[in-house]
Design a protein around this ligand. Structure first.
Ligand code: ADP
Ligand code: ZN
Length: 183
């Protein structure tokens, strides 16, 4: 592809958006913009938005389109996104897709990749998933970091996400079908 690569990754939880997205970003030299990682960072920093988002996230529900539109348009306006980017976890509703169309009107998307993976596979991946609290790197109980639960990339603590419980996983998968499926 010539010119900036502006890529959207779709695919339900556990499909591999984070893992494959990181590889594509390295290949193209573009920033990996994960709205889930951005929200978890806001939660850790204890911002007002983060505190409100945490409750919604722990229940496995979606943060409002209004908040998401603000977060994404601000992020895409930063300098490092001028040469392209990969969006992971956004858009997730038809309303957000319409927002994104407006946000990118002067610099349209290059490609959308939809990762399609069977349900039994994603369930197995999600229950065994572990993530770095600091940089979002993804591991699993089957492929842990090389030393204890310390991130190979940044030295951060590798943990299970608060919303990777069986109940919240099922709820997020159902919500994906309903809200993101139409995209
Ligand atoms: P998952 O795909 O497993 O739900 P993410 O890391 O993408 O995980 O997001 C974690 C949580 O953050 C979501 O369950 C949701 O509450 C919130 N979130 C992330 N991205 C969005 C979005 N685009 N719209 C609404 N909520 C979002
Ligand atoms: Zn890390």
């Amino acid at each position: 592809m010539s010119g900036p690569v502006r890529l959207v990754m779709l695919g339900r939880q556990g499909a591999g958006k984070g893992t494959q997205g990181a590889r594509l970003c390295e290949h193209y030299g573009i920033p990996h913009i994960s709205t889930g990682d951005m929200l978890r960072a806001a939660v850790r920093e204890g911002t007002e938005m983060g505190l409100r988002a945490k409750e919604v996230m722990d229940r496995g529900e979606l943060v409002s389109d209004e908040i998401m539109g603000g977060i994404v348009s601000e992020r895409l306006a930063q300098d490092d996104a001028a040469g392209g980017y990969l969006l992971d976890g956004y858009p997730r509703t038809v309303g957000q897709a319409e927002q994104l169309e407006k946000i990118t009107v002067d610099a349209p998307l290059s490609i959308v990749v939809d990762l399609v993976v069977p349900t039994d596979v994603v369930l197995q991946r999600l229950v065994s998933r572990r993530v770095c609290k600091s940089c979002g790197a993804i591991y699993s109980v089957d492929t842990p970091p090389s030393e204890g639960w310390t991130c190979d990339r940044c030295g951060g603590e590798v943990v299970q996400r608060d919303d990777d419980t069986p109940e919240a996983i099922q709820k997020r998968l159902d919500l994906y079908e309903r809200e993101t499926g139409p995209l």
